[in-house]
Design a protein around this ligand. Sequence first.
Ligand code: ATP
Length: 242
Amino acid sequence: MSAPLLKVENLCVNYGHIEAARGISIEVGEGEFVGMIGSNGAGKSSALKAIAGVVKPASGSITLGGKPVQGLASHEMVHQGVALVPEGRFVFADQSVEDNLILGGFVQAQRSGVAALRDDIDRMFQLFPRLKERRTQQAGSLSGGEQQMLVIARGLMSHPRLLLIDEVSLGLAPKILDFLFPVLVDLNRQGLSILLVEQIATRALAVTSRAYVMENGNVKISGRSSDLVKDAAVMEAYLGKQ
Ligand code: ATP
C-alpha cells in the first residue's frame, strides 16, 4: 500500500509549559477531505500550525508522501506542496486583492513563470467572482466573507497538494458559509486533499469523509463523518449543541 499523503504520528506541541498537542496521530490520504473538530483549546490549530511549519513540534513525526518533513520552515512546506489558510483571515491589508494573490503565487511563479501566474489569478477569479469585482480594492477594506475568500484563494495560488484550513467559519454569517463550504467540496472533487479544522462540527462533518474529534490535545475519537454525525454520544459529549 502506498504511504498516505500526510501522516502525523505522536505529534507534541508545547508553548513553554503548556502542552497544546499531546501525541496526536492523524492521516490524510491522497484526494481525501478530512476534518478535525472539537472544543476550544483542544489543540487543533496547534497541530495544523506544526504540520505547516509555523510552529516547531516538540516531538513526533510528520511525513508527506512518505518523506519526513517535520521541522521544515513554513516557506519550505509551501515548496513541498502544503498551504495553510490560517485562522483569523490574515490578509495583507494595505495591498490590493490582486497583489495579495500575486504574493500567494510567488513560489509557483518561480517554477512556472509569470504568464502562468496570470492564469492562476484568473482561475481564482472564476472560483470567487466577488474577488474579481474587487480586484483593485485594498484587502483590508473587504468584508469578512470576502477576506476569507481571499485567504483561501491566496493559499490555492501555490498549487498545493494539501490545503490546511483553520476555522473557515469564524465570525462569518451562515449565508457566506453556504457559499464557502461547497467551494471546498468542489476543490476536493477536483483532486485537492484537504485537512479542515472547524469548530462548527455539523458543517465539518457534512463536507468531510472522515474526521478526528479532538479533546485536550489529543484525538479522542475518529471515524467516518457520516457515522460521527449520527453518534449522539459524540455530538453531546464532545461537540455540544451545534
Ligand atoms: P481554538 O479553536 O480555540 O483555536 P484549538 O483546538 O485550535 O482551539 P489551540 O489553539 O491549538 O486549540 O490551543 C491549544 C492550547 O494551547 C490552548 O490551551 C491554548 O491556550 C494554548 N495555546 C495556543 N497557542 C498558544 C501560544 N501561542 N502561546 C501559549 N499557549 C498557546
